[in-house]
Design a protein around this ligand. Structure first.
Ligand SMILES: [Zn+2]
Ligand SMILES: [Zn+2]
Length: 222
């Protein structure tokens, strides 16, 4: 658990076949919260939700890949909440059973239909907190990041020391680099980065050291 702002609590739960991070974000005063991604093992996510006594108002995906969506069906039922994704990832979302079969040889049920869409500039209210949606295409056409006071949830767009792959359907390396350089790297240096896989990092660290997009990185030499 990390206390990021005065009221913002972030819990990371690593779940599913690809060790995907699901984040529970809550307002410590109102005990309202949301989930960012739900990549499997719904009971593990639920136990953290219950530990905090938090009322989850929605599940927000960073993008539609199967490893971020596997537990959504169970959780929207258990938590009686809605779930949202960027409209440009609807096709990728509908292909999750095919992709899971192709990449890991596992059979998964189709995801439920989203209750609504999120887009650039949307503001999500979580109790007294606000998260802003930024559209960061590249890993997928509908990839988004969620910006809170002091931190950003980057899905598979930016990792500690790496960037998202662009060889899957809908991936676009130029867009990915542009999303990171123009949108994520314009956030304050001291913002904590919570990626979809692996440990957290900071904007400052990735700007300086990321081997792809950092100073002198592979994609900064042109
Ligand atoms: Zn992905
Ligand atoms: Zn992923």
């Amino acid at each position: 658990m990390q206390l990021v702002g005065i009221m913002l609590i972030v819990e990371r739960v690593t779940v599913g076949p690809l060790d995907t991070n699901s984040y529970i974000i809550l307002d410590s005063e109102s005990r309202e919260g949301i989930l960012i991604d739900a990549g499997g093992e719904s009971s593990k996510i639920l136990s953290v939700v219950r530990k905090h006594g938090v009322k989850i108002t929605g599940i927000y995906l960073t993008h539609g890949h199967f490893d971020h969506v596997l537990a959504v069906r169970d959780l929207i039922e258990e938590l009686n909440c809605k779930f949202y994704v960027h409209k440009q990832d609807l096709e990728i979302l509908s292909q999750t059973p095919l992709e899971a079969k192709r990449l890991l040889g596992i059979t998964i049920p189709p995801p439920p239909q989203p209750h609504g869409w999120i887009k650039e500039g949307d503001v999500i209210r979580v109790g007294n907190l606000k998260l802003r949606v930024i559209h960061t295409p590249g890993h997928t056409p509908g990839s988004v990041c969620y910006v809170a006071e002091g931190c950003v949830f980057t899905g598979d767009t930016l990792f500690a020391g790496s960037i998202g792959r662009t060889d899957l359907s809908g991936g676009d390396p130029e867009k990915l680099i542009s999303s990171i350089l123009n949108k994520l790297f314009s956030l304050p240096d001291d913002y904590v980065v919570y990626p979809g896989h692996g440990p957290s990092t900071m904007i400052r660290v990735e700007k300086a050291m990321n081997p792809f997009v950092g100073e002198g990185g592979l994609f900064r030499r042109f």
